[in-house]
Write a protein that binds this ligand. Structure first.
Ligand code: PMP
Length: 431
């Protein structure tokens, strides 16, 4: 049996950093990444046969847990009928209908293969539909690795961002403005000075790429008003929150607090593919008709609407649409977060957490941060030690402080209790 270490060494010879997506390399927390051999329900097993309770769930998609029998059957059946045709299928229509039935803000949807593709296409669509170039994003929100979105804030509010990656020319991000999350004053100022040039404001409504931070209701309400006043589009990136925090996604929660609230464009991924490469962007018919072949905004994909991926997504959506699914998932996730909080407090640690549906976050801090700088202010030492103490006890949390966690329907009450007990041990060691 090869060890994780041996596999990592072998991987590093042929794959940059040994991984196909950077966070998997454990750079933030140190140590050797676990090479996963298989997964079932709430558990994963690494190459050495060690079992873990999985709180990553492939970074969100595995809301039913791994290997749900109905999903597996649908995928197997679809695979027998053909992997990919490059021609339309009935199943993509069914999936489009299923997605739209839960998203009243959208009338049409286009399927793609990754969240990056969906986010990039949403921006192009917003620019094409408005005829404007400038976009606003918020520090700490991740929308995939398209060039124009790999940006950090410039020195002043009026200045545009700087690339956060080599290989992105400054000219490519000159139209991207990066503002502070939950800062109403900044976005008001941005619209006051350049409102007529802004194509869209893009946001993770519940941000999962800076741990777990909610956009405040007044913040979302104000952005909606400003977009309406200035003719800009409001883009909700729900790649992570979509069908994860609620069946109607995060937008349904904001619509409860802000009567009539709707984003203009929604971006989905992760859960809608149930673990297969599938993502989507959706909007009103008037906006979506700007897309090729009907309109001038080009967008395409060889594997878009893939028949095996759509089978997986469709069955996943069907199962999570059952009455009571999100109530149960939300309760289980809350039990985890309150158990962790209590255990940390008993150990004398400063700790807080939050969750919505099957998504959660926690901080070694007395109160929930409201934006990226506050998330990062704490330093990563305590979290990194906690991560390894948990991993040693068979609990697999996201290997970085600035990532959200995920609970699935397969996580039992006993799994949650076992996790809290492991945390008691870890917190004691930390305290
Ligand atoms: N948007 C958000 C909110 C995400 O969390 C992610 C991925 N974590 C993406 C976009 C990009 O998706 P993908 O990794 O599928 O390209």
């Amino acid at each position: 049996m090869p060890t994780n270490q041996a596999l990592f060494e072998r991987a590093q010879r042929v794959i940059p950093g040994g991984v196909n997506s950077p966070v998997r390399a454990f750079r933030a927390v140190g140590g050797t990444p676990r090479f996963i051999a298989r997964a079932q329900g709430a558990y994963m097993w690494d190459a050495e046969g060690t079992q873990y309770i999985d709180y990553i769930g492939s970074w969100g998609p595995m809301i039913l847990g791994h290997g749900h029998p109905e999903v597996l059957e649908a995928v197997q059946k679809a695979a027998v009928d053909g992997f990919s045709f490059g021609a339309p299928t009935e199943r993509e229509v069914e999936l489009a209908e299923a997605i739209l039935s839960h998203v009243p803000s959208a009338e049409q949807v286009r399927l793609v293969s990754s969240g990056t593709e969906a986010g990039m296409s949403a921006i192009r669509l917003a620019r094409g539909a408005t005829g404007r170039s400038k976009i606003i994003k918020f520090e700490g929100c991740y929308h995939g690795h398209a060039d124009a979105l790999l940006v950090k804030a410039g020195s002043g509010l009026a200045t545009f961002g700087h690339p956060t990656s080599a290989g992105v020319p400054p000219e490519v991000v000159q139209h991207t403005m990066v503002l502070e999350y939950n800062n109403v004053e900044q976005i008001e100022q941005a619209f006051a000075t350049q409102g007529g040039e802004i194509a869209c404001v893009m946001i993770e409504p519940i941000a999962g790429n800076m741990n777990f931070v909610r956009a405040s209701v007044p913040f979302i309400r104000r952005i909606r008003e400003l977009c309406d006043q200035h003719g800009a589009l409001f883009v909700f990136d729900e790649v992570m929150s979509g069908f994860r925090v609620a069946l109607g996604s995060a937008q349904s929660l904001y619509a409860q607090a802000i009567p009539g609230f709707r984003p203009d464009i929604s971006v989905f991924g992760k859960v809608i593919g149930g673990g297969m490469p599938l993502a989507a962007f959706a909007s009103t018919r008037a906006i979506m008709e700007k897309l090729a072949p009907l309109g001038p905004v080009y967008q395409a994909g060889t594997l878009s609407g893939n028949p095996v991926a759509t089978a997986c997504g469709l069955t996943t959506l069907k199962l999570i649409s059952q009455p009571g699914f999100f109530e149960a998932l939300g309760q289980r996730t809350q039990t985890l977060v309150s158990g962790l909080t209590q255990a940390a407090t008993e150990a004398g640690l400063s700790f807080c957490g939050d969750s919505q549906g099957g998504m959660f976050g926690f901080f070694f801090a007395p109160e929930l941060p409201q934006h990226y700088q506050a998330v990062m202010a704490k330093g990563t030492d305590t979290f990194n030690r906690f991560f390894h103490l948990m991993l040693e006890q068979g609990v697999y949390l996201a290997p970085a402080m600035y990532e959200a966690g995920f609970v699935s329907a397969a996580h039992s009450e006993a799994d949650i209790q076992r996790t809290i007990e492991a945390a008691q041990v870890a917190f004691k060691a930390l305290g």
